[in-house]
Design a protein. Sequence first.
Length: 283
Amino acid sequence: MDLNLLTTFLAVYKHISITIAAEELDVSQPAVSAALKRLESVIGKPLFVREGRGISPTGAAVALANKIESPITVLETIGQQQEYLNVYCSEVVLHLVCHVENIKLSETPLEEKAIFDDLFTQKVDLVIDVMSSKQHSLIVEEFHQEEPTCLTRLDHPRIQSQITLEEYFAEEHIAVKITRNNTNTINNLSEKPVEPRKVKIETGSLSSMLILSSESDYIASSPRSIAEKLAPKLNLRIHKYPFAIKPVKLYMIYHRRYANDPFHKTRREALRAAITYSSRSLG
């Protein structure tokens, strides 16, 4: 049984309402419904049935609830039995922390709302991403920062060692299809408002972006560590941005319930040690 779904189940069982449970967990109603469906698929029995305009627990739901004294007890049990931490990790640092033990890494979903839903329903234990949050139930800690760069192929017909502001906006670009805080990455990072780029291709992957740039005249963007790792292999030239731009900041985000959980804490420390070592090696 996937114990990470029990908190959602208990909230629905306690209130006999998906709507109230969603408000308590600070997630969307579809996220709660999806969690219940996943739990039902595990146990092979329905947990709630429609009754008038509401829902009613089945015998399976009552039996399951009777086995759980409280959400706190369940969470403590999860912490003791957990063998690895489920982590959504931005591609920006995926290559720098992939060797950390007892960590199961997945690329962060493109949609910000899906990330938060998965945190609250305990589908994922930790998120490393450029986004932040002011929700009281979440702890947000700065994790890492990198210099943004732009790249072109070595035999680009118009751009040589330096890229000017005019060249940057005259050329077509490849962009990462991701938004955070209702804005795109370049708008987030530029010190001042910039004119729109001519985006020719959108992709969900930094590595795909660099491969496409190596086979075209399009300009790519990348944090420096990925750029320096892949540029020599793809015959790309790394450029400094021709306008003032802030570093890419990544944050470690997790639910407050895990703040003092021993296993969760040791894995957070291991991730920090890995990123610190990698940063020193790159420096």
